[in-house]
Design a protein around this ligand. Structure first.
Ligand code: C2O
Ligand code: CU
Length: 475
């Protein structure tokens, strides 16, 4: 691989002890709580199977998958010293947080990867309430698949829980997908599987909810509960259903929407939904969280087991979440227009694409591990896809010319869906990751109000690794 110039610059900075990046932090290097990344064991497969060796985050002695829940109130700081006790370099990305650039964790673009034995201080403000997550952003195809992901919950500024029509309790559900083999061990050595990358990515065979296969979740009859659902899978799109629970979506990717009654919802990798459910009052003890593994059937991945005294279901309509109030509205009178063309993959490959400045045919691309391109460029990390002036509205037309859906994520910004040709999105929704189906076009707009260099990539991490990655600069 050719040397990456920005990385060299940042490594120079890191060599000074990282202090330059943290100049605004009054307590740098003193008393930050530790977020440790290290090998651990987890009981992922059902009881009776062995524990699975994973890589996990820990804030006390035991690493868990998902990682420990980080919870702050909107406007508060998140501060951790990442301690890398893994055998590989790593970095933590705080997905969906409109963060300052140096804290974004997008190695090697915004920081040098943290070497084994080293540490890095993350210290930033979480400005917007909502359901977010954190995960490794170095060799993430492997590191996220090994377990390096956890929930990051930013609580509402104004009270919502317990108010009229709101839920009385919340439950965070981190959904993940594991490829387990003999003795419930993660199947290794296929991180670069180009065949999988040219299709839907590296699919697992075990879906877990909060690190458990098919858990029972307790709920009281009639109880109104806010589920914060996070798809932490590397590649699996999760069509979900919550029958018999009067489900309403109240937020997508952290951003409130007018409550929307749903029977099913689709979460691409990295997407989140906050869903209000009402426990059953019909005397049935169970209700299911169902997932379609891709063959049109519904499989139960968790059960809501009704226990305890019934609660009178709130008769009021589901209460909307308080608005963020912090996201600037795009000015669409004269936006900067950008396009994102997605090409490649099986069944409709690309003839050629640019890779590190050279135009390669599909054979040479594949020989370099590339099967996807954005705007005709595979792994476009040498130069920005575009630059936007600080404060400018960017309108981007994303067109998927491949036979597979993609979950496109922009760092540092949230965007408004303007229009789309398929069915998975609703105009007006604000997101940080959007599913663009095969042959679909989605138009988005956002105000480039966060200075820095920001990644844009497919969050199917196998696709990201095999070409669907780039960046833009706001200055
Ligand atoms: Cu959730 Cu670039 O990542
Ligand atoms: Cu993709």
């Amino acid at each position: 691989m050719r040397p990456f110039t920005r990385r060299a610059v940042l490594q120079g900075t890191a060599a000074l002890g990282g202090s330059v990046l943290l100049a605004r932090t009054p307590f740098a290097g003193t008393d930050l709580p530790i977020l440790r990344a290290a090998p651990a064991l987890a009981q992922l497969a059902p009881t009776g199977f062995p524990e699975t060796p994973v890589w996990a985050y820990a804030t006390d002695s035991f690493g868990t998958v998902p990682g420990p829940e980080i919870r702050v109130r909107a406007g508060e700081r998140v501060r951790y010293r990442l301690q890398n006790d893994l055998p590989q370099a790593t970095a933590v990305h705080w997905h969906g947080i409109r963060i300052e650039n140096g804290m974004d964790g997008a190695a090697p673009l915004t920081q040098a990867p943290v070497l084994p034995g080293d540490s890095f201080e993350y210290d930033f403000i979480a400005p917007d309430p909502g359901t977010y997550w954190y995960h490794s952003h170095n060799r993430s195809t492997e590191q996220v698949a090994r377990g390096l992901a956890g929930p990051l919950i930013v609580e509402d500024r104004d009270p919502w829980l317990g108010e009229l029509g709101a839920a009385t309790r919340e439950l965070v559900l981190v959904l993940d997908d594991w490829l387990l083999g003999d003795a419930a061990a993660i199947v290794e050595g296929r991180w670069d599987d180009l065949h999988a990358a040219a299709h839907g990515g590296r699919m697992g065979n075990t879906v877990t909810v909060n690190g458990m296969a098919y858990p029972d979740l307790r709920i009281r009859p009639g109880e109104r509960v806010r589920l914060r659902i996070i798809n932490a899978a590397t590649d699996r799109i999760m069509p979900l259903a919550l029958p018999d629970l009067s489900a309403s979506v109240i937020a997508l990717d952290g951003h409130p929407i007018a409550p929307r009654a749903v029977e099913t919802l689709v979460l691409g990798p990295a997407q989140r939904a906050d869903v209000v459910i009402d426990g059953r009052m019909d005397g049935e003890a169970r209700a299911s969280l169902l997932l379609d593994p891709g063959n049109g059937t519904w499989v139960e991945i968790a059960a809501f087991v009704h226990q305890g005294d019934p609660v009178a279901t709130p008769s009021a309509d589901v209460r909307p979440l308080p608005a963020w109030g912090t996201l600037p509205a795009p000015d669409l009178s004269e936006p900067q227009r950008e396009t994102l063309l997605m090409d490649g993959g099986a069944m409709r490959g690309m003839q050629s694409a640019r890779y590190h400045g050279d135009t390669l045919d599909f054979r040479d691309l594949a020989a370099n591990g590339m099967v996807w391109a954005f705007n005709g460029v595979a792994h476009g990390m040498d130069e920005p896809m575009f630059r936007a002036e600080l404060g400018r509205t960017v309108h981007m037309q994303m067109t998927n010319r491949s036979r597979f859906p993609h979950a496109i994520h922009l760092h540092g910004h949230h965007f408004t869906i303007q229009s789309q040709s398929g069915s998975a999105n609703t105009a007006g929704d604000v997101r940080d990751t959007v599913l663009v189906g095969a042959d679909e076009t989605v138009e988005i707009a956002f105000v480039a109000d966060n200075p820095g260099v920001w990644m844009i990539h497919c969050h199917m991490l196998s696709h990201q690794k095999s070409g669907m990655m780039g960046w833009f600069e706001v200055a």
